[in-house]
Structure formats: structure tokens, C-alpha cells
Design a protein. Structure first.
Lengths: 348, 290
């Protein structure tokens, strides 16, 4: 049943550029897709290890900057009269480097999460993102500061025997984002259903018990953080090469909040949750734009976040799955909702 | 040397308001275990109350401060009653996210009502600063320091010398036991949030006229307040006061001797460093929660 829904959803998503010709809507779908990838990576931490990272946009932004700088080249002076010169590499190398560098940053934040937990972890991650933002704003020689990095090249796919395919049109970029999102989804699904995924959820539900059966806390949490950050870095790289201009505002806290809203509304700890929540909240501004002033949209945004936490604290997907399972359990035996059930967390 | 002395004077003025912000947040965080993201909005709110009373209503500058404190108290009590009381017993992540939602909605509301253009407030103080040997300080900043010191003293007396303060301290130590001893914990929570919010509003009303007033001014103030709370230790009022001055000193020295662009980074650096090396705060006394 689940597989059928997944295949159907992918087929519908893949057909969109064939019948949707409005460039504005297609653009909204592409940026939403990029943020959905970010939200999925956040869900890996928030939904499956219970660590709320409110600095998640840092990995996204680092990925964007690394990828942009790799493909643009730079020439900066370091202390001690050393000049670091880098000639432009192909954007695809930028994407790979973005994944690696963001993953490394995730490693350090993951180590931190072992030392500080709960509210303190949240504050540390926010601080981390803000420090990175201030560096991007002030290290003008490298990042151009508020002047932004411009003319970032589009991603070019090397096709053996046919040269390169540069992804310039919206349709091409749509399929690129869709493919990367699918890879990220499958990777996270694979991970969550593996031994490692059970270790993560075991830690989230009862750490003392998990440790007593031999789960390595540090290793599990840091590995989750590395993978989560690497996926966010890939999303950032896609963003940089699609929008083709980035400035330090990419690190704005509100972008993290957007990802958090996507995860919480869709359902944390559910694989489809960030996708559903992401599509709703990514396209909500498009729907609200004709009827509301931008400030009013943000008021609605904050209001909806509060409303979801009051009305659907588990998120949309787990609530629906639970209702569906209850209806079926009348006829047959109790339906398995094991995966979605973990979305509801015990009070800390 | 005179430059350093000037930095110290600036530190005193800035530190006073930072301490107000920090005390407010440390009370809420410590007693209620709520990560209060609306703290910065309350700071902004206090500054706009100042703007309304002085610029739009044309009333006395000195009247605006008590009005801002009262308005902050009322708004804080309203937030607690409508958003936090129904969520009593839910985990810290849920209340934190609800506070984030409230912060976004209220900040956007401020932007909607007053627009994004920065506002300034006329003050009754002379333009010429007070010059004391090598250092100079404006009369307005001296007033800010004096008012902040007075409010800190009032809060200290409230917490340590009144029965409400005793109930608050009891709730901080163990809210179940406090409740068994006849403390109305719900009432304590509402009072705590209202008092903390009024202190944030006071800090905004004091610093608003020094700088300019705009809807996002509270964002950095909130992070600074978190830095102060972490420096001073949870629920530790003396720690928050000292933490406020340490943060102000770090910012002044960072801006003076490193780069003014990194002035606001000092708070974040302090947070990260303290949590890595001394997670209970510099003046650990109380048990860490969370």
C-alpha cells in the first residue's frame, strides 16, 4: 500500500513540468523542492534522534557558499602574507565539495550534541548559524559580504560521449531537484529501517535503556548529524546553482524556522511528513500572495505554526496514518503504525 | 589607555540594560523551563511603547518608562495565559516552537503596523555629553544606566524580600513540593512570565532612544539574553547581572580591537565557548534543567 502511494506520488511529481507551463509556479515548486530536501535532512535529526537543531540553515548555507565559491574561484589573503588562490572548477565538483564540507561541519555539531542536550543544544546550534552568517557578512574578500556572490554557473552534468548538459531551463532544474530529493528520501528511508535507524530511535525513546543494550551514543548521534548536514549541504548547493546569486541572508533564522515548520506540520519521525509539510508550506505563500500583504502572510505563518502544535501536535501524516489504521483495525488485526508512532515523543 | 577607559564606560551603560534582559529571561527559563523566543519581541514592544508615548502622544519622556514596563507586564501575562498555560506538561520542544510561532507573528505584526523604517525618539537630555577627563558619556546613557540599576535593584528586592519572590524561588527549586506547600504554581508561572517580559520591555524602552527603533531590533537582543543566561547560569539573578556586564565588555572590546562587524558575534561566541567548556555557567550554583 505504502509503495503504491509512493510510486503514484513520484509519477505525479515527475509529470508536473509536462502540463504546468507557468514559470512562476514552476519556480515556486523548484525552490520548495530544495527546501523539502532540507526539511527531510532536518527530520533525520529532529524526528529520529530527537535533537532539535535550530541552526540547520547553517549547513544549507555552507553548502551554497562552498559550491558557489568552488565554481566561481576566489583569491583571498590569509594571515602571514599567504594568498589562497582557487581557479574555478565545474559546478558538479562544487556540489560534491558542498556535501563533504557540510558533512564535516555536521560532525562537529554532532560532537557538541553529545555534550549539550535539550534547550542548550538548540541555543548552540542557533549560535553556530549566526556566527557563520556574520563571517559570511564580514569576510568580504571571500564572500563579497552583502554584495552577494553573483553569476554562479548552472550545474552541468557530464554525459560520457556527449560532452556536457548544462541545466539552464526551469524544467531541467525541476528534474534535477526531483532526482536529488528522491535519492535523499531513499537514503533516509534505508537508514531509518536499518540497524542504525533502530539505534537512533532507541536512543530517542529511552537513552539509558539503549546504552545498556550496547548502543554507542556518540557514534550514532554524530553519524546522524553528519548525514543530515551533508544532505542539507547538497540542498544548499542546488539552491546556489539554481538561484545563481547568494548573500548572507541565506543564513537567516527564518529559513531554519521554515524547515522546522515543514517537519513539524508534516509529522516529525515520519518519512513522508517533511514532503507533505514542505509542499504545503512551500506553496502556501504562492496561494496567499494575491490575498494578503507580505507582513500578514508572516503573521499567518506564525499563527499556523502555533495552531498545528495545539491541534495536530503529531503532524499531518502520522495523524492521518493513525486514523487510517484505526479504521482498518475494526475489520482486521491492529494495523502496524510502528514507524509513524515514533513521531509522538514522550515529554523530556 | 583613554580608549580603554571609554570602552569601560560604554560597557557599564550597555551592561545595565543587558542585565535587565538577562534577568527577565533567566527567571522565565529557570522557573518555567520555557525557552522564551518572545523575549526579543517584548524588547521591541517596549521600544515602540516609548515611541508611541513620546512621539505620537507627545507625553513626557519619563512617563514612558513606567508605561512600557506596565505594557510589557500585560502582554507577557497575556502570552502566558493564552499560549503556555494550555500547554503545561508538554515537552520543552513544543513550548519552544509555539514561542517561535508567537515571535514570528508578533514581529510581523509590528512590521505591519509601524512599517520597516527605523524610528527615533526625542529625549529631553542635552546634546553635549558629560566629559570626565579622558572619557565622555551622554546624559541619556547616564539616565539609562541609572534607570537600569534601579530596576535591577527592585527585581532583586522583589525576588528576595517578598512572599511572591519566596514562592517563585520555591517553585524554581521544586515545583511539585512548592505546590504541595500551598503555592499556586499557575499563578507563579504567570507572574514570572509577566515580570520577565516587563523587564525585557523596560530594556527596549531604555535602549530604543539610544539607538533607533525597528521591528527586528529584538532578534539580536534575544540572542544576547540567551548568552547572558548561559553565562550566568540558569535562574541565577546575580549571575545574569554579571553576565550582562561581561557580554557588554566582550562586545566593546571585540568592536574596539577586532572589528566592529564582529561586535554582535561576541554573544554567540560566548554561548558556544561556555557551553563547551563550562556548561553549568560561570557562576554555577543552581542545578541545570533541560
Amino acid at each position: 500500500m505504502r509503495t503504491v502511494i509512493t510510486i503514484l506520488a513520484v509519477a505525479v511529481l515527475a509529470s508536473v513540468p509536462l502540463w504546468l507551463r507557468d514559470p512562476y509556479l514552476l519556480n515556486a515548486l523548484i525552490t520548495t523542492g530544495i527546501f523539502v530536501i532540507g526539511a527531510m535532512s532536518l527530520n533525520l535529526l529532529l524526528g529520529f534522534t530527537g535533537q532539535l537543531s535550530l541552526g540547520h540553515i547553517a549547513f544549507f548555507g555552507i553548502g551554497a557558499y562552498v559550491s558557489a565559491l568552488t565554481s566561481l574561484g576566489f583569491d583571498v589573503g590569509l594571515p602571514g602574507d599567504v594568498r589562497l588562490v582557487h581557479t574555478p572548477w565545474p559546478p558538479i565538483a562544487g556540489l560534491l565539495l558542498a556535501i563533504i564540507v557540510a558533512g564535516l561541519c555536521g560532525y562537529f555539531v554532532g560532537l557538541l550534541s553529545f555534550r549539550v542536550r535539550g534547550a542548550y543544544f538548540v541555543i548552540v546550534t542557533i549560535s553556530f548559524a549566526e556566527v557563520v552568517r556574520l563571517v559570511a557578512l564580514n569576510w568580504v574578500e571571500l564572500t563579497q559580504g552583502p554584495l552577494a556572490l553573483t553569476n554562479i554557473p548552472s550545474i552541468a552534468l557530464p554525459l560520457p560521449g556527449f560532452g556536457e548538459l548544462t541545466l539552464r531551463t526551469k524544467m531541467q532544474n525541476y528534474y534535477l531537484v526531483l532526482v536529488v530529493a528522491l535519492i535523499a528520501y531513499l537514503l533516509i528511508a534505508r537508514l531509518v529501517h536499518s540497524h542504525f535507524g533502530r539505534a537512533m530511535r532507541g536512543l530517542m525513546e529511552n537513552e539509558t535503556l539503549a546504552v545498556s543494550v550496547g548502543i554507542d551514543v556518540t557514534r550514532t548521534l554524530t553519524l546522524a548529524a553528519v548525514i543530515s548536514a551533508a544532505i542539507a549541504g547538497a540542498a544548499g548547493s542546488l539552491y546556489a546553482h539554481y538561484i545563481r546569486i547568494i548573500d548572507p541572508e541565506v543564513f537567516a533564522f527564518i529559513n531554519t524556522v521554515t524547515m522546522v515548520i515543514m517537519v513539524i506540520s508534516g509529522g516529525k519521525g515520519s518519512l513522508a511528513g517533511p514532503v507533505v509539510g514542505g509542499l504545503i508550506f512551500g506553496l502556501l505563500p504562492v496561494a496567499l500572495r494575491p490575498v494578503m500583504a507580505p507582513e500578514a502572510q508572516w503573521i499567518a505563518y506564525g499563527g499556523v505554526l502555533m495552531a498545528i502544535l495545539f491541534v495536530l501536535p503529531r503532524g499531518i501524516v502520522p495523524s492521518l496514518a493513525l486514523r487510517f489504521a484505526r479504521r482498518r483495525s475494526g475489520a482486521s488485526a491492529l494495523a502496524p503504525v510502528a514507524l509513524t508512532e515514533t513521531g509522538a515523543k514522550e515529554p523530556a | 589607555m583613554s580608549e580603554f577607559l571609554q570602552h569601560l564606560v560604554n560597557m557599564l551603560v550597555l551592561g545595565g540594560t543587558y542585565a535587565l534582559l538577562g534577568i527577565g529571561l533567566t527567571l522565565i527559563f529557570g522557573i518555567m523551563n520555557v525557552v522564551n523566543f518572545t523575549h526579543g519581541v517584548l524588547y521591541t514592544f517596549g521600544a515602540y511603547i516609548m515611541f508611541i508615548v513620546v512621539q505620537q502622544l507627545g507625553l513626557n519622556f519619563f512617563l514612558a518608562l513606567p508605561v512600557a514596563v506596565l505594557a510589557g507586564w500585560l502582554l507577557g501575562a497575556a502570552i502566558e495565559l493564552t499560549l503556555l498555560r494550555p500547554l503545561r506538561g508538554s515537552d520543552i520542544d513544543t513550548t519552544m516552537l509555539v514561542m517561535i510561532g508567537a515571535w514570528i507573528a508578533m514581529q510581523s505584526g509590528t512590521l505591519w503596523i509601524w512599517g520597516g523604517v527605523a524610528k527615533s525618539v526625542a529625549t529631553p537630555f542635552p546634546e553635549a555629553p558629560l566629559v570626565l577627563g579622558p572619557v565622555s558619556v551622554s546624559w541619556l546613557r547616564l539616565f539609562v544606566l541609572a534607570a537600569a540599576a534601579m530596576l535591577i535593584l527592585v527585581t532583586y528586592l522583589l525576588i528576595n524580600k517578598t512572599s511572591l519572590g519566596r514562592a517563585m524561588r520555591a517553585t524554581f527549586q521544586d515545583h511539585d513540593t512548592a505546590s504541595l506547600m500551598g503555592v499556586n504554581v499557575d499563578m507563579i508561572y504567570t507572574s514570572t512570565f509577566a515580570i520577565g517580559s516587563s523587564l525585557a520591555a523596560a530594556a527596549g524602552a531604555l535602549l530604543g532612544p539610544v539607538y533607533v527603533i525597528f521591528p527586528q531590533m529584538g532578534d539580536l537582543a534575544a540572542v544576547k539574553a540567551f548568552a547572558i543566561v548561559i553565562l550566568g547560569g540558569l535562574g541565577n539573578i546575580t549571575g545574569a547581572v554579571i553576565g550582562g556586564f561581561i557580554l557588554a565588555l566582550a562586545e566593546e572590546l571585540g568592536a574596539g580591537y577586532v572589528s566592529s562587524g564582529y561586535r554582535d558575534a561576541m554573544g554567540f561566541v560566548i554561548i558556544i565557548a561556555v557551553l563547551i567548556f563550562r556548561p553549568t555557567g560561570l557562576f554555577a550554583r543552581a542545578e541545570r534543567v533541560g
